[in-house]
Design a binder for this molecule. Structure first.
Ligand code: UGA
Length: 444
């Protein structure tokens, strides 16, 4: 494998993981960001977010001399042949993608280009963005360059593994791309064992959206089945187990019922694809339903809390977990945000705990909720406990202690982490998502 010099423009989530992993694979990587403070911290080995294994990977690759950080673009691009664009692509108010950062980054890159560079778009971007990149550069630079679309499929909390052991690598090329460019891009991933799917830019860009919205539709599908389960007295966990045993669906299918999906990607990407489709005159109705079901799940969860504590106003309620999923401090579009708002509207006094997301949660909820490091202190004196994030430590709580500390033995499990029979035998009023007749559950 040839050692390539790579610049990563945008040291956010995708950028840093991509940079550190390419450095691990033996390439010479410079991660750039316009945020000087972020770069200074990274130079000291401090990552701007929590991701298992990332800090140690950064330290290891910096020590080896394969990874460095810079807020100076000319320095970052000096002598580099492959430039990854990994800047943020936030949502506009109408759900469409805001390409401001991509456009600004590409303009800046263009002013430093010398010829022969490969610009690789890795952020999730609307179909046609590779073409837009070509147009922006061409206006400012007359030399040769290529644009490749290489969407990323990182999953937070397991991002390093997702990069180094992906299910597939997508490479989208422009019509006139040369075999040399293709070889260089493939060479970057030479040590990664995964099928490579080569296609055109547009197809590559669409694949990223298709993959994410497919997963969201699985989640909303199982959540709809969960609602049915509650009406007919069935158990969604066993339905999901049976579905996963079907090899056409598979063990890793996103069919774990609960309070729905959140995070930076799923909600944003589904909204973006709805808008992208609208613009070309196709009404992607299916996705409207996926979104609607997802929103409903939060309301369903709050209804369950109300069922156990009908007069919730002024009462202490404990929430376990705030991040959008375990092993991350990411609060972006976390289901907890909507749930907290709904409970606050009902007048509940919310006490919440999370192993790592409290700092980020404070920026959203401020002083309107009480934060606890220790789950037992959040639970003490509460009328009901709500499980919001399935952190492994919540599965191992001392349930007798939980029962003793609670004012009433009420639990609403938004992630189905416990077994209903066991919980009921232990004396809890236990409501989960889609597990048996809701109406048969006796509230003491
Ligand atoms: C997601 C995709 O899984 C990645 O493949 C993709 O690369 C990434 O978005 C992206 O576009 O960057 P991520 O947002 O890190 O990754 O999180 P997931 O593990 O996919 O979970 C998303 C949400 O779905 C979480 O709130 C999770 O609790 C929920 N979920 C997931 C369910 O409710 N049920 C499931 O069965 C699975």
């Amino acid at each position: 494998m040839k050692k390539h010099s790579i610049a990563i423009i945008g040291s956010g989530y995708v950028g840093l993981v991509t940079g550190a992993c390419f450095a691990k694979l033996g390439h010479a990587v410079t991660c750039h960001d316009i945020d000087k403070r972020k770069i200074r911290n990274l130079q000291k080995g401090i990552a701007p977010f929590f991701e298992p294994g990332l800090t140690s990977l950064i330290k290891e690759t910096v020590k080896k001399g394969n990874l460095r950080f810079s807020s100076d673009l000319s320095e970052a691009l000096y002598g580099v042949s492959v430039i990854f664009i990994t800047v943020g692509t936030p949502s506009n108010k109408d759900g469409s993608v805001d390409l401001t950062y991509v456009k600004a980054a590409v303009k800046d890159i263009a002013s430093h280009m010398r010829g022969g560079e490969i610009l690789v778009s890795k952020s999730t971007v609307p179909i046609g963005t590779s073409l837009l990149i070509r147009r922006i550069v061409s206006k400012r630079f007359s030399g040769k360059f290529s644009v490749v679309s290489n969407p990323e499929f990182l999953q937070e909390a397991v991002a390093i593994k997702a990069f180094l052991e992906p299910d597939r690598i997508i490479m989208g090329y422009e019509d006139l791309v040369t075999p040399k460019v293709k070889k260089t891009i493939k060479d970057l991933y030479a040590k990664v064992k995964a099928p490579i799917i080569e296609t055109d830019n547009r197809t590559a860009e669409l694949i990223k959206y298709a993959a994410n919205v497919f997963l969201t539709s699985q989640i909303s599908f199982i959540n709809s089945i969960a609602r049915l389960c509650e009406e007919i007295g069935a158990d969604v966990e066993l339905v999901a187990k049976a579905l996963k045993a079907d090899k056409r669906i598979g063990q890793r299918a996103f069919i774990n019922a609960g309070i729905g999906y959140g995070g930076l990607c799923f909600p944003k990407d589904i909204r973006a694809l709805i808008r992208i489709s609208e613009r070309i005159g196709y009404k992607f109705k299916f996705l409207d339903v996926v979104e609607e079901v997802n929103k409903e799940q939060r309301a369903v969860f709050v209804e369950k809390m109300k069922r156990l504590v009908p007069k919730i106003r002024g009462k202490k309620i404990a929430l376990l977990g705030l991040s959008f999923k375990p092993k991350t401090d990411d609060m972006r579009e976390a289901p907890s945000i909507d749930i907290v708002k709904r409970l606050q509207k009902l007048g509940a006094k919310i006490h919440a705990t999370d192993p790592v997301a409290i700092t980020n949660a404070k920026q959203i909820f401020g002083k309107s909720i009480t934060y606890h490091k220790n789950p037992y202190s959040a639970i003490k004196g509460a009328y009901v406990v709500g499980i919001i994030t399935e952190w492994p430590q919540y599965k191992k709580l001392n349930l007798q202690k939980v029962k003793r500390l609670l004012r009433l033995p009420n639990i609403v499990d938004g992630r189905n982490i416990y077994e209903p029979d066991k919980m009921r035998r232990a004396g809890f009023n236990y409501l989960a998502m889609g597990r048996g007749y809701i109406r048969d559950i006796k509230v003491k």
